[in-house]
Design a protein around this ligand. Structure first.
Ligand code: AMP
Length: 190
């Protein structure tokens, strides 16, 4: 199985590139942000809990995210592999992901980080706000908080995977097509 983590700050293009990766490699997409948005749109108990954190750009507690991902992994074990998008976002989540996969004799094949400068991230999120309808895309305060949360809690996840020799980065600025070409080169080396 090919199990990829697509890593990077909000607005880096993880969703866009994930869709292209899924098409080419037939992987199961596990986007924790998309899963939470589905729950909030259905107004489930999990959705109501997640919304309190999402609207302000804070992270949903690890135990909630981890058990949601564990369910998704268990449901899709007999397919080609997974692309994790927006997960793991803390070192604790990365550790839990390794344990969950190990239970099924699986592991992460490699991590691809999309690198995009902060000012570019903010302008992309603001452009997306016009069509996404996402509360957390709209205001400067929430956008800045999401980027700060990324720097404080999520960026250390890169070190976690560097220690395992599984971390690679690509320049996330350029055409969707050219960035995807860099990603496929990285995947070929996993
Ligand atoms: P995203 O669509 O990946 O930008 O996620 C939107 C929001 O969902 C984040 O700002 C968090 O509030 C929440 N979220 C998504 N993934 C995670 C995660 N792995 N851990 C904690 N919160 C998450």
């Amino acid at each position: 199985m090919l199990n990829i983590v697509l890593f990077g700050p909000p607005g880096a293009g993880k969703g866009t590139q994930s869709r292209k990766i899924i098409d080419k490699y037939s992987l199961v997409h596990i986007s924790t942000g998309d899963l939470f948005r589905k729950h909030t749109s259905e107004n489930s108990a999990l959705g109501q809990l997640a919304k309190r954190y999402m609207d302000s750009g804070d992270l949903v507690p690890d135990d909630v995210v981890i058990s949601m991902v564990e369910d998704k992994i268990r449901e899709n074990l007999n397919l080609n592999g997974f692309i994790f998008d927006g997960f793991p976002r803390t070192v604790n989540q990365a550790d839990a992901l390794d344990s969950m996969l190990a239970k099924h004799d699986l592991s992460i094949s490699g991590v691809i980080a999309l690198e995009v400068p902060k000012e570019e991230l903010k302008s992309r999120i603001k452009a997306r706000a016009k069509t996404s309808g996402r509360a957390d895309d709209q205001a400067d305060g929430e956008i800045n908080n999401r980027i700060a949360v990324y720097n404080n809690k999520t960026a250390p996840v890169a070190e976690y995977y560097k220690k395992q020799d599984k971390f690679t980065a690509v320049n996330g600025v350029g055409s969707v097509h050219s960035i995807f070409a860099f990603i496929t080169e990285k995947i070929a080396s996993f």
